[in-house]
Structure formats: C-alpha cells, structure tokens
Design a protein around this ligand. Structure first.
Ligand code: HEC
Length: 231
C-alpha cells in the first residue's frame, strides 16, 4: 500500500514537473519571439563604429582612422551582413570607376627588379604599431599566395601565382602583346577593387602600402621571364 502510494506521488510529481517544464519552455519561446519582433533595437552604424573605436587605442603608426571604411568597404560589408550580393550593375559601375582612376606609371615602365620584388613579397613588416615611420613597407604576398617553387611557406587565401607570366604568354613585358595583361596586373596590385569590388586583397598602391617603384618590383616578380615565379 505504501509502495503504491509513493508510486502515485512520484508519478504525480513527475507530471507536475513536466507541466512546469512545458510552461517554462512556452515562456522562453514567447520571450524569444518578442525579442525578435520589437524589444531589441538594432544599433545604428554610427553606434557600432563608436563601440569598435572605443575598444581600440592608437599606438605608434596604427591610428584609429583605419576603422573608417571607404565607400566600397561599406557597400561590401553591407552585402556580407545582409547576405545579399552587391547588385551586378552597381558592382560593375563601381569597378569601372576605380579602374578608370588607376594611375599608371608616367614613364611607361611597368616593371623593376624581380629580386627586389621577391624581398617585398616576403616582407610582412610595415604599418604596425611597432614599426618605425619612414621605413619602406613589405607586401606579404606570400601570406596569401604561392609564388615561387622554392618557398614552401605560403598562405592560400588567394590563388597560386606560380608561373603567372608564363601561363599568360608573357615573353617580353614591354611588347604590345603583353600590354593587356601588364595593365590588368598593375591595376590588380594598385587597387584590387578595380577588378573585384569586394576583394580581400590589400590595395597596395591606392592605400599607400607600396610606392610606385615597389609595385614595379613586384610586377617584375610576377611577369619577368627571368623571375623564379616563371621558372
Ligand atoms: C590578404 C591576402 C592577400 C595578399 C596579402 C595578397 N593577395 Fe593577391 N589576391 C588575394 C585574393 C583573395 C585574390 C583572389 C580573389 C580576389 O579577386 O580578390 C587575389 C588575387 C590576386 C591576383 C589576380 C590573380 C589572377 O589570376 O588574376 C594577383 C595578380 C595578385 N593577387 C597578386 C598579389 C601580389 C603581387 C601581392 C603582394 C604584393 C598580393 N597579391 C597580396 C589575396 C591577397
């Protein structure tokens, strides 16, 4: 009898617990639904920027203006956060405007010394808080690209650039036949957004990371038939 009674009590209390669980669950769902509908306000872009800026401090060469986005970065961030691609017409219009503004070398000479280019591609220093102003920056191309067969430490965020010039049939960078690929490569390195609006590659010329002469050296690394990239 006692056993039966305790079994009934146990059963009853389990049932009560289940009802309690169910009502907690219902309350949670109701709360979540109200959160999603109205109670939480999406912060404005200015509030987000102020919060981000508030969590960084300027140090050395690294200033807070780095957190200010260009118009392109704003458009691309918006596309990322909304999951909606930048409309084709807008993208092409913006790319074309950037491409048209690319400053090509005035002396008509697009390449320098591939040996210097290799040093720049290997060098990841520059623009960090601990760097000294006035020392030329590196480009760290290897952080994202494979370039030469001898360097086995490279990132793969970008495509392999091994045999970049050879594959594209560049035998002489100064010849008319190579003009299109030479200009494309210059534009790509100077301001990558000119060919791929939301590219993750740095704007080496446009953002003042590399000088015109340094871009010429990197161009030689990619295009000179004597460069190890093309061997
Ligand atoms: C932070 C990563 C990153 C760094 C650093 C970087 N790139 Fe890129 N690069 C990319 C990505 C990603 C792509 C391809 C996707 C795209 O369009 O942005 C690319 C594409 C390219 C292309 C176009 C390839 C083609 O087949 O058309 C060239 C050329 C290039 N990079 C050269 C360089 C050079 C030279 C350097 C150094 C001066 C460099 N990149 C540094 C990420 C990077």
């Amino acid at each position: 009898m006692i056993n039966k009674l305790s079994a009934t009590v146990l059963y009853a209390s389990t049932a009560i617990k289940n009802v309690a669980k169910l009502s907690i669950l219902t309350a949670c769902i109701a709360m979540l639904a109200s959160c999603a509908s109205s109670s939480v306000q999406k912060p404005s872009a200015a509030e987000v920027l102020a919060t981000i800026k508030g969590s960084f401090a300027e140090r050395g060469l690294a200033k807070l203006d780095r957190l200010d986005q260009t118009e392109i970065q704003k458009v691309c961030s918006e596309s990322l956060s909304s999951g909606k691609e930048v409309p084709k017409a807008t993208r092409e219009k913006m790319e074309q405007a950037i491409y048209a503004a690319i400053p090509y070398p005035k002396d008509g000479n697009y390449t320098g010394d591939w040996k210097e280019g290799e040093k720049i591609a290997q060098n990841g220093r520059g623009l960090q808080f601990s760097d000294v102003a006035g020392v030329p920056n590196g480009a760290n191309c290897y952080a994202c690209h494979q370039l030469t067969p001898t360097e086995i430490s490279f990132g793969n965020q970008g495509p392999s650039l091994m045999k970049y010039g050879t594959i594209r049939g560049v035998k002489d960078v100064t010849s008319k036949d190579s003009e299109a690929i030479v200009k494309y490569t210059w534009a790509r390195i100077w301001n990558t957004h000119s060919v791929n609006l939301c590219s993750n590659m740095p704007r080496f010329g446009d953002a003042g990371i590399l000088t015109e002469q340094q871009v010429k050296h990197v161009m030689a690394l990619l295009l000179d038939p004597q460069s190890p990239v093309n061997k």
